[in-house]
Ligand binder design. Sequence first.
Ligand SMILES: Nc1ncnc2c1ncn2[C@@H]1O[C@H](COP(=O)(O)OP(=O)(O)OP(=O)(O)O)[C@@H](O)[C@H]1O
Length: 302
Amino acid sequence: MIEARELTKRFGRLTAVNELTFTVRPGQVTGFLGPNGAGKSTTLRMILGLNAPTSGTATIDGRPFRLEGTGLRRVGALLDAGDVHRGRSAQAHVAALARSNGLPRERVTAVLREVGLSEAARRRVGEFSLGMRQRLGLACALLGDPPVLIFDEPINGLDPEGIRWARALFRRLASEGRTVLVSSHMMSEMEHTADHLIVVGGGRLIADEPLSEFAARASRPTVTVRSEDSRRLSAVLTAAGGEVMQLGNGSLTVAKLSTSQIGEVAFSNRIMVYEVAVTSGALEEAFMELTASSVVHRAAES
Ligand SMILES: Nc1ncnc2c1ncn2[C@@H]1O[C@H](COP(=O)(O)OP(=O)(O)OP(=O)(O)O)[C@@H](O)[C@H]1O
């Protein structure tokens, strides 16, 4: 379990992380979301003991973590995929890490296979694409078979097949009971991967809740209605409590009323309806709105 309590980091006059309190639980993928500069990397670095907090605490399984010694058996992390010796082969890079952490050589072959780099293992990392370097970073994170995994923007640079693969990997790691924290600045990367979301903006906590609840709250479903008389229908739906918008083609979009309520209102007013369709608002938009306006929403501790 990862815990941040009133975690704060200031760089001079800038408060990059502002009294963040959250818990990341095992057995699920937790998405750590926020726009560029929201303070995600700084938070992850404090959790990993790479940056000292200005105030507050960050712990893993109840104690502060240091990424030294046999640390890789406790926590695996992917921070900056570019942070490797470019002249070394992938295999030499992972083998050196295994040696310094007292991990068996077999793990090197196993993790390179796991991330799909077996064939490229002898190539120099300097020749790798960003996607391959991300895979290499993931291999290093998995090396110690740790119960806690922290990935900072791991999807960056992966092609569509790589993204599918990474999502499946995160889900599998969580299903094995591990704690999996994945940061991203895009909701679309998280909506098919995360079970739980921690959203930050301007260093502050904006949301901490299951993805399903965020989706239900954020993406207000609207109904599009095509009828014989959109003007009259608009009036009666508004009177019934709907939020109605006229579309150019004579259709209406209606929020706050269900399809059956709309059907009943139309029927009782003898307005012929030709088409009724539900569209759910895009999560990405809701996320952008939420972080742009920095509406503070703190869900109850679950
Ligand atoms: N070492 C540092 N010195 C000064 N300012 C820093 C330092 N590290 C981060 N910052 C600043 O702190 C803020 C938060 O940065 P951070 O990298 O944590 O955000 P992020 O959410 O990870 O964003 P991104 O998605 O762009 O990586 C930014 O304004 C950044 O410029």
